[in-house]
Design a protein around this ligand. Structure first.
Ligand code: PHE
Length: 367
C-alpha cells in the first residue's frame, strides 16, 4: 500500500517523480474497487482530514519544504490535491454506475424464456366412461338422477324386494354404519351396495312415465383384487311406462353397447336372479378382444358378462303404488352396470387398483 515518502530533494524533477508515484498509486487503488463500501474506505484513506494521504502530503512535503522551495511546492501540492479530489469523485460515479448495473444484471428477467407450464388435469378415465354411458342414454331421451351414498336399509334392500334376512342380501357384502341398534331395521344406515335404491327414490318423486339413468358410487365389503374394489361406480337405468316389454330392454341395451364398444358388438341375455326384477338377466357382450372367437380374456367362451337387468318386479311397484305405479297398467325395465368393468374392457386395463392409485404415469395416458 502506498505511503507518502519524505522528500529531501525539492528539485522540480524530484517533485514531478513524487507526484507521478502518488498518481500511479491512486490509479492502481481505484482500479481495484468493486463496491460502494470499497469506495468509501478508499475515499477516506485519501481524503480524511486526519492522516489521509493528501493531509500527509501537506505535512511531509509542504510543511517540511525549505523556505525557498515553499512557494513552488505549495503550488504543486494544490494542483495535486485538486487533481486527486477530481479523480476520486470520478471513481465514485463509475463505482455507483457499475454496482447499479450489477443489481440490474442480477435481477434480469428474460422475457423470451417460455412460460412455466402447469400440467392440465383431465377427467379421470372412470368418470369419463361414466359420462359417456350417461350421454348414450341421454341421447335416447333419458334424464339423469342421483341419490345418497349413505342409504337406509329400506331403500337399499327392503323396497327392492329383499325381505329382511333374505339370503339375497348376502350376495352384496354390505358395509353397515355402526351404532344404530336402537333404530328399526329399515331405518338403519349403510353404504349403498348398488345404485338401485335410486329407482325407488325416483318413483317416489315422479309418477310414470320414467326414463332415467343414475350414475354413482357404491360400496361393498369385497376384498381388493385385480377386478374387485370395495368402492366402485355403477350406472343404473330405469324405464317405466305403459307397454314396456323385455324387447324394449334388449333393444335399448343392445343399442347402448354398440354405441360404447362399436357397431360390431353383439349382446345376449342369460337368465339370472335379482329380487327386484322378474324375469332377470345377465347381459353379455361378444368378446371385444377376439370378436367372439374365444380367447384368454373371455375364457374361450366368446362372451363377456357385463351387467344385470330385468323387468321391474311388481313387488317393487307395490312400494310406490300410490304414486301411479299400478303394475296392472304399467311395466318397466331396469339395469345396472359397473363403470370400472366397462372402462377396463374399453381401455384394456388389467388391474382395477390402477384407477385409484393416482399414479400420473397411468392417468396421463388418458389425457
Ligand atoms: N343392482 C344390481 C347389482 O348391483 C344390478 C341390477 C340393476 C340388476 C338393475 C337388475 C336391475 O348387481
Amino acid at each position: 500500500m502506498y505511503t507518502v515518502p519524505k522528500l529531501d530533494d525539492y528539485s522540480p524533477e524530484a517533485l514531478d517523480r513524487a507526484a507521478a508515484d502518488l498518481l500511479r498509486a491512486l490509479e492502481n487503488e481505484s482500479a481495484a474497487l468493486h463496491s460502494e463500501s470499497d469506495y468509501k474506505l478508499f475515499r477516506d484513506r485519501w481524503l480524511a482530514r486526519k492522516n489521509g494521504v493528501l493531509t500527509q502530503v501537506n505535512d511531509t512535503w509542504l510543511k517540511a519544504a525549505p523556505g525557498p522551495a515553499k512557494r513552488e511546492v505549495g503550488q504543486r501540492v494544490n494542483a495535486l490535491k485538486a487533481h486527486v479530489e477530481a479523480a476520486i469523485e470520478g471513481v465514485h460515479g463509475q463505482i455507483h454506475a457499475s454496482s447499479a448495473d450489477a443489481k440490474l444484471a442480477a435481477e434480469r428477467l428474460d422475457i423470451t424464456l417460455p412460460g412455466i407450464q402447469r400440467p392440465i388435469g383431465v377427467r379421470h378415465p372412470v368418470l369419463r366412461v361414466m359420462d359417456e354411458i350417461v350421454a348414450v342414454f341421454q341421447a335416447m331421451g333419458y334424464s339423469v338422477g342421483e341419490g345418497p351414498e349413505v342409504e337406509s336399509d329400506y331403500y337399499n334392500f327392503e323396497s327392492l324386494n329383499f325381505p329382511p334376512n333374505h339370503p339375497a342380501r348376502d350376495t352384496q357384502d354390505t358395509l353397515f354404519i355402526g351404532g344404530q341398534e336402537a333404530k328399526p331395521a329399515r331405518e338403519r344406515l349403510l353404504l349403498r351396495t348398488h345404485t338401485s335404491p335410486v329407482q325407488i327414490r325416483t318413483m317416489e318423486r315422479q309418477p310414470p312415465p320414467v326414463r332415467i339413468v343414475i350414475p354413482g358410487k357404491v360400496h361393498r365389503n369385497d376384498p381388493l383384487d385385480a377386478t374387485h374394489s370395495p368402492v366402485f361406480h355403477q350406472v343404473e337405468g330405469l324405464a317405466v311406462d305403459t307397454n314396456i316389454t323385455f324387447c324394449d330392454l334388449k333393444g335399448t341395451l343392445d343399442h347402448a353397447m354398440k354405441a360404447l364398444f362399436g357397431s360390431s358388438v353383439k349382446t345376449r341375455f342369460y337368465p339370472s336372479f335379482f329380487p327386484f326384477t322378474e324375469p332377470s338377466a345377465d347381459m353379455q357382450v361378444s368378446c371385444i378382444f377376439c370378436g367372439g372367437k374365444g380367447c384368454r380374456k373371455c375364457k374361450f367362451s366368446g362372451w363377456i358378462e357385463l351387467l344385470g337387468c330385468g323387468m321391474v318386479d311388481p313387488n317393487v311397484f307395490e312400494f310406490v303404488k300410490e304414486n301411479g305405479y299400478d303394475s296392472s297398467k304399467i311395466s318397466g325395465f331396469a339395469f345396472g352396470m359397473g363403470v370400472e368393468r366397462i372402462t377396463m374392457l374399453k381401455y384394456e386395463v388389467e388391474e382395477i387398483q390402477l384407477f385409484y392409485e393416482g399414479d400420473v404415469r397411468f392417468l396421463e395416458q388418458f389425457a
